[in-house]
Design a protein around this ligand. Structure first.
Ligand code: C2E
Ligand code: CA
Ligand code: CA
Length: 309
């Protein structure tokens, strides 16, 4: 229920109803029973409207771009994959957080076209790096449930992958556990088709919030990405980190590869290596990088491993 108060929020019925409606909208989104109208709510909703209007033209106006975050192998210490992360500047310069604009892309369905664009760009980056003489990297692309629910989803993805000429084994799709809450049979069927082509599947944000381990039982996946929340918990738990350890052991029970996200310190990285995790992604190694900075990062990395003359 949304509530607005006379006279602070307005002195006429129309204004009070409009503001109560905004509070009701907030209540619906946050699952709170009662929400009172606040000024911040008004500016947030105004900004939402502005962003929504702009996002309808953002692909055409070339306002999106990607950054890439290296995924480092614990065995070799080298980059083995990169995660493509979507970026948006709403007015030519001001960056808006993905956590703010991606839900709008999802609500409007725009994520479907933008998601195809992300896949194409990520493939191009892979091809570009190989052309520069760098070793081929696996590229990870995030998938929204809205994309997965679309009927043409598999057809569109397969078409882009086949037309690009990339070997599908270099493509990984990141999906969250919550994607299987609704109509899991349909989603699993689509994933099977993509896996048949040769792409790999990662379960993103593992351990974050509510986990439905039972649902994962029937999902064909190759990797589990353990969420930053679990790694942050390590600092709170101290050296032995029993909860973090048990989540890693739980992930291992699925016999999948394990990537740990949000690793920021050497202590965390050393602990995760000692737990035989496969890969690490986080600011400790690198923040998400522009195309140019990624290339420099990879070149420096191969130099680090060059024998010194
Ligand atoms: P995600 O898939 O969990 O991506 C990892 C997020 O963690 C990224 O945030 C990355 O910058 C951040 N991160 C990585 N390492 C560290 C670290 O060591 N410390 C901290 N504090 N953060 C770290 P970002 O780029 O803001 O993306 C947020 C979310 O937006 C992503 O979370 C993903 O759910 C979504 N997203 C990004 N790009 C796309 C996309 O192309 N499609 C879809 N559907 N979602 C996307
Ligand atoms: Ca991800
Ligand atoms: Ca994640």
């Amino acid at each position: 229920m949304g509530i607005s108060m006379y006279p602070d929020d307005g002195r006429d019925v129309d204004t009070l109803l409009k503001k109560a409606d905004m509070a009701r909208f907030e209540a619906k989104n946050t699952y709170e029973k009662i929400v009172f109208f606040t000024e911040q709510m008004e500016s947030y909703i105004a900004e939402n409207t502005l962003f929504t209007n702009r996002l309808f033209n953002s692909l055409e106006n070339e306002e999106f771009f990607l950054e890439f975050q290296p995924q480092i192998s614990c065995d070799t210490g080298k980059t083995i994959g990169i995660e493509a992360l979507l970026r948006w500047t709403s007015d030519g310069e001001r960056r808006v957080s993905p956590d703010r604009f991606i839900p709008i892309l999802e609500q409007t369905g725009l994520i479907c076209d933008v998601g195809l664009w992300v896949l194409k760009q990520a493939i191009q980056e892979h091809i570009r790096l190989v052309a520069k003489g760098l070793p081929p990297l696996r590229i990870a692309v995030n998938l929204s449930i809205v994309q997965l629910q679309r009927e043409n989803f598999v057809y569109d993805f397969v078409k882009i992958i086949e037309e690009s000429g990339i070997s599908p084994k270099y493509i990984e799709l990141e999906i969250t556990e919550s994607s299987f809450f609704e109509n899991p049979k349909d989603i699993i069927e689509k994933i099977r088709k993509l896996k048949k082509l040769g792409v790999t599947i990662a379960i993103d944000d593992f351990g974050k919030g509510y986990s439905s381990l039972n649902r994962l039982k029937s999902v064909p996946f190759d990797r589990i990405k353990i969420d930053k929340e679990i790694i942050d918990y390590m600092d709170f738990e101290g050296k032995e980190a029993p909860i973090t350890k048990s989540i890693i052991l739980l992930a291992k029970a699925y016999s999948a590869n394990i990537t740990v996200e949000g690793v920021e310190t050497k202590e965390q990285a050393d602990f995760l290596k000692s737990m035989s995790c496969n890969e690490i992604q986080g600011f400790y190694f690198s923040k998400p990088l522009s195309s140019k900075l990624l290339e420099d990062f990879l070149k420096n990395e191969s130099c680090r491993y060059c024998p010194v003359n």
